[in-house]
Structures are given as C-alpha cells and as structure tokens.
Design a protein around this ligand. Sequence first.
Ligand code: GRG
Length: 238
Amino acid sequence: MHIEERIKSILSTIENPTLYKACHYALFPGGKRLRPKMLLSIAGNAGLDIAVAIEFIHTYTLIHDDLPAMDNDDFRRGKLTLHKAFSESTAILTGDLLLTLAFQVISESGLSCALELIRVISKNIGANHLLQGQLLDLASKGSHIPWETYQTIAIKKTADLFTTALVCGALIKNLPEDQVSIYKEFGQTFGLLYQIKDDIEDKDLSSTHQESNLPLKIRATSLLSKLSTPNIFLAECL
Ligand code: GRG
C-alpha cells in the first residue's frame, strides 16, 4: 500500500466528523512527505506504518507552530492554516490527536522493534530536542542570535525529526550500528542544511549564510558514500 492510502485508511478510524475533517484538511493535499519517504528509502514497505506515524508527528508540529500563541500564521501550503479554517481549539486538539495517534500506530505496527522506535521517537520530539528547539526559536524571534545558537535551534527544531525518520528506517531494517550512525549524522547535517535553505528563502537569514551550506553539503555527500547500500533518494534530496 502507498503512504497516501495508508494515511487515509488510518484516518478513517476517527469517529468524530469534525476531528476527521480537520485531520484530512491538515494531511491532504500533503507537503513533500520528505520524512516518510526518507524512512521508506531505507526500510521499504515494512516501514509504512512508522512512515505514516512520522508524517502525523510532522503535521502536528506544523499545526501547533501555526497557532496564534506560536508563529500565528494564516496560510500553510497555499491554504488557510487549520485554526483559521476550523477553530483554534480544533487545531490544538487535532495536533494532540495526530501526536497521540502516531504512537498508537507504532504500537499496533506488529514490528518487533516497536518499543525501541517509540523510545527513539518520543525522545527526539521531546523535552531536549524538538520541543526545546521550538521554545528557543520562539524566544529568539526578532533578536539577533549568534551563529552557534542558530545551529543549536535548527538541529533541535528541524534536524532531529529528519534524523528520527532515518534512524527509524535503519532500525526497522535492522542495520548494523555503524550504518545507523551514518544515517544519524546525515540527518543532522541534512536538517541543518534544510533549515538554512528555508530561512534564506523566507528572508529570515542573510543569503551570505549560503556559504555555510557548501561544507555541510560536502559532509552529507561524504556520509552517503559510506553507506553499505547506496541510497538514491537521499542523494536526490541533497
Ligand atoms: C510546535 C512542537 C512544535 C514544534 C514545531 C517543525 C516546527 C517545530 C515548526 C514548523 C515551522 C518550521 C518552518 C519548521 C522548520 C522545519 C520545516 C522547514 C518544516 C517544513 O517542512 P517541509 O518543508 O514541509 O517538509 P512540507 O509542507 O513539505 O511537509
């Protein structure tokens, strides 16, 4: 089954029409589905439910990030943000629902490594990673921050979820520790590159920082060359 159909099939279990419509609105049409595709590029179809769970978590972060208490955005992916199209309370609950549903899906995946996946994911989106990145990012809005601080925030807010998707793929595939480490480092490097590119496009970062991209790109390419099985999708992402 394809990721789009699997998402639809899982959403069809939601009883309440408002919650169902809000989830559907947030997930379709989707974005690039980069994180699930990265996971699938390593684990293949055995990782389908975990790829869906990662996309649910990514979508939860976008919904909550758009809320008035956070970034206060009116548009996402060319249409009204969820709280504008529905209501603020529905958006908060839909984010909560997707986060919760993600862990239900993983626990029901039947994978022998499900508990390890839950451990890795909950750690990487929790207090010392994604959530902290978001808090630091909100706290630094409008002020000039040192480059080191920028990188710390970008790693936590953005790179840690890419890394999570890749590490989950490697764990499902039961890859040896050295290969998991390569994917982990690639996720951190790619995520930082991705955030720099995003901020330059949004004019939140001076285009002079484009210079920081070259060493990162070289590092990411070199990491990919160390994989025992070449990953064409990740090379294309770069
Ligand atoms: C609210 C807990 C919480 C965390 C929010 C991810 C995040 C942290 C905020 C979203 C805002 C943002 C611009 C984050 C940087 C990561 C990023 C570039 C997200 C967009 O990801 P894409 O480009 O989006 O993969 P699509 O639309 O393709 O899914």
